[in-house]
Design a protein around this ligand. Structure first.
Ligand code: FES
Length: 289
């Protein structure tokens, strides 16, 4: 069944890819001038994607609409439908902020997800219009809310794929252990004096991990190289205002402790303490934060 569903979803790529690219362009242009609002919608303040929190409400409320319709609680069903539609709109706005920084296969599936949700919203709006027009026969009102819920469930299934199958908005460091041991650090480049080049990110190996180092005088600050948002190497980014800025979607992480100060990442970046060894090299270990 899962392969059959995956084939159906993948077959939507023909229209979902160009539509997703188009949506990404206008959404990026929309959110770029308002980084604080985008951060709020991503959920940086919560340390968790806001969209994932908000999506539960419409699913529960709109299922309740069907139950209330079936047991003949008309007014309660109509009120629940209005609340459900408002909850869907809130979830859609937060989802749009995540969607603006979603790429590749995840963008394609997110486009299918959002298209199904738009269809569900239109069906629910039609259901609301039928209810508002009055009349004793609730057959059309009830069936439209059932059809709306089928589209909503299909959209939720595809949205689940975007997170659980493709790992979108999942921390790239979810499975990384803390580790308290000092390990030899091997910078990828040194300056003429044999030191780590100053003021710009430099890649370095720390056992199986890759770090991005920034030397400021005698102090070497280090963050994990893979951006917590989508894994882009931070060593290709820039240093600005005490932060390392990701070259892909522009997340900013404080160099001293890895704290995320600008999204779309909602997760902090693993930070490392670096010290000189007696032999003249460097060693590092992960900070406990
Ligand atoms: S990979 Fe998206 S902000 Fe770094």
């Amino acid at each position: 069944m899962d392969r059959w569903l995956a084939r159906i979803i993948d077959a939507q790529g023909r229209w979902a890819r160009p539509l997703g690219d188009f949506n990404q362009r206008w959404l990026s242009a929309l959110f770029r001038p308002m980084p604080v609002i985008r951060d709020f919608l991503n959920g940086r303040w919560l340390g968790h994607p806001l969209h994932a929190v908000l999506t539960d409400a419409p699913v529960g409320i709109l299922f309740l609409v069907i139950v209330l319709d079936v047991v003949g609680q008309r007014t309660a069903a109509d009120v629940a439908l209005v609340v459900g539609i408002l909850a869907m709109l809130a979830a859609a706005i937060s989802g749009a902020a995540d969607y603006a920084d979603t790429d590749g296969n995840a963008r394609e599936r997110a486009t299918v997800h959002s298209a199904l949700m738009v269809v569900a919203l239109l069906v629910y709006a039609a259901s609301l219009a039928v209810r508002a027009s009055g009349g004793d026969d609730r057959t059309v009102a009830t069936w439209t809310s059932i059809v709306g819920f089928l589209f909503l469930s299909a959209g939720a299934y595809v949205g689940g794929d975007v997170v659980y199958v493709l790992g979108n908005m999942v921390s790239r460091h979810a499975f990384r252990g803390a580790g308290a041991k000092w390990i030899a650090l091997e910078p990828a480049e040194l300056d003429e004096a044999g030191d780590i080049p100053e003021g710009r990110p430099v890649k370095a190996k720390l056992g199986i991990n890759t770090l991005a180092l920034v030397r400021q005088g005698e102090t070497v600050l280090a963050l994990h190289d893979a951006c917590a948002h989508a894994g882009e190497p931070l060593s290709g980014g820039r240093v600005e205002g005490g932060c390392l800025v990701c070259p892909w979607h522009g997340s900013r992480f404080r160099l001293t402790d890895g704290r995320v100060v600008r999204g779309p990442s909602v997760y902090d970046q693993p930070a490392y303490t670096v010290r000189r060894t007696e032999a003249g090299g460097w060693e590092a270990r992960r900070r406990s934060n």
